[in-house]
Design a protein around this ligand. Structure first.
Ligand code: PFF
Length: 447
């Protein structure tokens, strides 16, 4: 059955897909993963992977979804009937489930910080006090679980409302506001003293620091920030009318995403060094650094509050796409089933996320391969499931879909020159799978 719902406008689709892409990945995860992986070289690799693999892969997912106008599992079934390819849809389903379970924990942290800002608990502290207050907050099992629950409830309520009234409407307000506030934040960060060290850290690549691990992390990061390999973008494109140009939309989304990553880097790294902190603090980095930046601004806590609200929006708009990907496969176009499944799956995801929420307190010493439960699930999805999913999609599209269909989809709604098509086809068919395979095999050697 075809999707019964559609985006109301091109802007609605672009902002929603950009909303899925831009989220914790760009704002929270990129700075800390870059921080742990040596900065500039990681950033450089991330950019190369985003443009060379991310953009073509995004188009590949778009082509599948818009062509079939069905949910992910159905899409693979329709294009490759009586094969096992639809397992790729199930892989996406599981991946979205796992990502959302830990994503929501970080979303909860944002809610907690909004509360603390409003309650006046965050003004005028020292650098060390900001670190302690954050560590204490997330270590409290009760508080962090309530926050995680609140974030999931927000996600559920919006997804249950459907595409146009829920997801699209939320994105149209939240995404533009995010950009504006980021600009303000950067002006502040760049006018701190001693910013050159931070800028050098982010923009000057030191390739001696690159290891197989760095390369895989950069690939994982590129896929994660663009929500690729797990059929989420495929799902969103199934609601796109044939009158829209997919390549144009994909280009806007990738550009917006790169821009936000750069903005986040510019907001955070100069401040990290300027306050004498280190960039390798891990998942807590952003929450420890930014209050320092804002607390030194006139009306600092007001702006911090505004930033946190938009940060929450960015996280929410990505969370929506994950829950939507799962719900669309279960509801199969029925509005009533959409409501029911949004609630059921949302609550189950909350439960699945409990160990992740406790990873910063009660069970922080439970480690496997030196990683906490939280780090482990994040690693599993970003660095294994997403690359593997992307690998299979890059095989599926050129080998299972007819060339004339691909051309028609890419040209529908706008021009897509033949030469560009050939380059895209070549990259998706040979370069992307070969590169991902190499990167994964390279890692196997380390293990
Ligand atoms: N792209 C999102 C972010 O960077 O925060 C994360 C994400 C969303 C990953 C949706 C995967 C997904 F399907």
């Amino acid at each position: 059955m075809k999707q019964t719902e559609q985006w109301s406008s091109r802007l609605g689709f672009i902002l929603s897909a950009a909303g899925s892409a831009v989220g914790l990945g760009a704002i929270w995860k990129f700075p800390y993963v870059a921080g742990v992986n040596g900065g500039g070289a990681f950033f450089f690799l991330f950019l190369v992977f985003t443009i060379l693999f991310g953009l073509p892969l995004l188009l590949a997912e778009f082509v599948i979804g818009r062509h079939t106008q069905k949910n992910a599992i159905q899409s693979y079934k329709v294009i490759a009937p009586q094969t096992k390819w639809h397992l790729l849809g199930y892989l996406g389903l599981i991946a979205n489930f796992i990502i959302l379970s830990f994503y929501s924990v970080i979303g909860g942290w944002i809610i907690l910080y909004i509360y603390k800002t409003v309650a006046g608990q965050l003004s005028g502290l020292t650098v060390e006090q900001y670190q302690t207050i954050f560590a204490d907050t997330i270590a409290d099992p009760f508080i962090s679980l309530i926050a995680h629950l609140l974030f999931m409830l927000l996600t559920i309520v919006i997804v249950a409302r459907g595409i146009q009234n829920g997801i699209e409407r939320a994105n149209k307000i939240m995404m533009p506001a995010l950009f504006i506030l980021f600009l303000l934040l950067i002006v502040r960060s760049l006018t701190l003293t001693n910013i050159s060290e931070g800028l050098r850290f982010l923009f000057l690549p030191d390739f001696t620091k690159v290891t197989a691990e760095t390369i895989l992390a950069a690939l994982g990061q590129a896929l994660f920030t663009l929500s690729l390999g797990v059929s989420t973008m495929l799902t969103y494109s199934s609601y796109v009318p044939k009158s829209e140009s997919l390549p144009r939309s994909a280009l806007s989304i990738v550009s917006m995403n790169i821009l936000i990553v750069i903005l986040a880097g510019l907001a955070i790294f100069p401040a990290v060094f300027s306050f004498g902190l280190t960039p390798d603090a891990g998942p807590v980095l952003l929450f420890e650094v930014l209050p320092n930046v804002f607390s030194q601004l006139p009306l600092g806590m007001f702006f911090f509050f505004a930033f946190l609200i938009l940060f929450l929006f960015a996280a929410l708009t990505s969370a929506l796409s994950m829950l939507e990907m799962i719900v669309s496969n279960l509801a199969k176009g029925s509005i009533i089933l959409r409501k029911k499944w949004s609630w059921i799956i949302g609550i189950v995801i909350f439960i699945a996320g409990i160990p992740s929420a406790l990873s910063f307190g009660v069970i922080e010493d439970w480690k496997l391969f030196g990683k906490t439960f939280f780090d482990l699930v994040d690693y599993l999805v970003s660095n294994m499931i997403m690359p593997i999913g992307a690998l299979f999609i890059s095989v599926f599209v050129p080998f299972k879909m007819r060339k004339d269909i691909l051309i028609a989809e890419l040209q529908s709604g706008g021009a897509f020159p033949r030469g560009l098509f050939k380059s895209w086809f070549f990259i998706i068919r040979f370069i992307v799978p070969a590169a991902i395979l190499l990167i994964l095999l390279n890692m196997l050697e380390i293990w």
